[in-house]
Design a protein around this ligand. Structure first.
Ligand code: FAD
Length: 395
């Protein structure tokens, strides 16, 4: 039975507190290593399937239609929430991919612990020689009886410090062109062959890591998707990531119905918007934020079977631009006090540069928009048809 908005609010208000509309939103992935708050929030929601409504009931959802799920998501914005950054890869990236590509056994095993927060996932894609050129991944997976032995190293692995599972892209066939010889695996981050080393970010985050994979055995049942199908799964995962980054840059569905958002009203109340140039910048941030919301909604509407298309790159670009303009404006208007650690907007200011890199750089998003949305001629790719084993590599 499809729920009305009133029924959704009745149910949510019995488990969550109403949100203060003037409260500040969280900053994506910054200072949010408090796992307990998010865990308690997910535990409260999982009984009604509110966090992942479209997933089946047995996997922590409620079998909702897309329309119902959108209304639930909008309704959740009216209640106190936790910063779910630590749980984001599982909920927004791995979960949807498993729903579409996982075996029934994998779905039974992994989806519910993602929905209730008991198992955290990280994304092990990037390597020292494979960032924008992600298909250049060199981590090897070699067949060994009914499983695989993985060896290599990953870098920029967010949430690596506390993850139970890693979604790991590895090369299973070096003798075919680079995009074709890749396969996706779920790697147990507690395996003794996994070494996770912290990379402390300028904003203080400590969950960011490099991961060394030394002869880690992975059963074939933990292969996600087809052998050699890793690139397709990568593209899908990144599309989910860009769509979720596009929609959540300000930490949730805040201020939707308000003519003037709380952060802007706060600056006005303090008298800091008296200067015409500051007002101009504030309006730019405001307009970019609105454009971001429309772009995100359009990209969600164009998604096919729940899988976002390349339009998600437009949403990501808009959201990054909006985040940066706002963060830098708040910082500039704080004057000398803004130089202090812990001053308003400080965390957002220190996090802002990374927004143009994580989930694929701005330049790469523009390439995607140019080629796959606008249909412009593609970049020359001289190595596209050359076997990976014959490509020049750094020694
Ligand atoms: C905060 C943060 C979190 C991250 N989390 C994760 C994670 O959890 N898992 C994960 O796997 N990775 C993660 N990453 C890695 C991220 O995806 C990569 O850093 C990103 O894709 C860029 O790769 P690179 O750093 O190797 O830079 P490079 O690919 O070496 O790029 C260097 C510069 O060259 C430009 N460039 C490269 N190719 C092109 C091109 N074809 N056209 C135009 N310009 C180009 C880039 O835009 C960039 O400015 C994270 C990164 C950050 C900053």
């Amino acid at each position: 039975m499809t729920l009305t908005d009133d029924q959704i609010h009745d149910a949510l208000s019995s488990i969550l507190e109403r949100r203060d509309p003037d409260g500040s939103a969280t900053v994506l992935g910054a200072g949010s290593d408090d796992l307990d708050v998010g865990l308690r929030y997910l535990e409260a929601l999982v009984g009604g399937g509110w966090m992942v409504p479209t997933w089946p009931v047995e996997h922590g959802g409620r079998g909702a239609t897309d329309d119902e799920a959108r209304r639930i998501s909008a309704a959740l914005g009216a209640y106190e929430s936790a910063d779910l950054y630590p749980y984001g890869v599982g909920i927004s990236l791995v979960g949807p991919v498993l729903r579409d590509r996982g075996t029934p056994e994998q779905q039974d095993r992994w989806l519910r612990p993602i929905a209730d927060g008991s198992e955290i996932w990280c994304q092990m894609f990037s390597e020292p020689d494979a960032g924008s050129d992600l298909a250049n991944v060199g981590t090897k997976a070699v067949r060994d009886g009914d499983g695989w032995v993985l060896a290599g190293s990953k870098v920029w692995t967010s949430r690596g410090a506390y993850s139970k599972w890693g979604m790991c892209l590895a090369r299973t066939d070096p003798d075919v062109p680079k995009h074709r010889g890749l396969t996706m695996f779920a790697v147990d981050m507690h395996d003794q062959g996994i070494e996770v080393r912290p990379l402390v970010q300028v904003n203080g985050d400590r969950h960011f890591t490099e991961v060394f994979v030394s002869e880690v055995r992975v059963p074939d049942t933990d292969r996600i998707g087809d052998l050699g199908g890793g690139w397709g799964i990568t593209i899908e995962t990144l599309a989910h990531e860009r769509a979720s980054l596009g929609g959540r840059a300000f930490g949730g569905s805040d201020e939707d119905e308000r003519a003037v958002p709380a952060w802007l009203a706060g600056l006005e109340a303090s008298g800091r918007l008296a200067d015409a140039v500051a007002r101009d910048r504030a309006m730019r941030a405001y307009v970019l934020d609105r454009v971001n919301r429309f772009s995100t909604a359009r990209s969600a509407a164009l998604a096919k079977n729940g899988v976002p298309g390349p339009e998600g790159s437009v949403a990501k670009l808009c959201s990054v631009a909006a985040f940066k303009v706002r963060a830098y404006l708040v910082k500039d208007l704080s004057g000398a006090a803004g130089m202090l650690d812990g001053s308003p907007g400080h965390l957002a200011f220190l996090t802002a540069p990374s927004m143009s890199i994580r989930g694929g750089t701005d330049e790469v998003q523009r390439n995607i928009v140019g080629e796959r949305v606008l249909g412009l001629p593609p970049e020359p790719r001289v190595d596209k048809d050359v076997p990976y084993s014959e490509l020049k590599k750094r020694c």
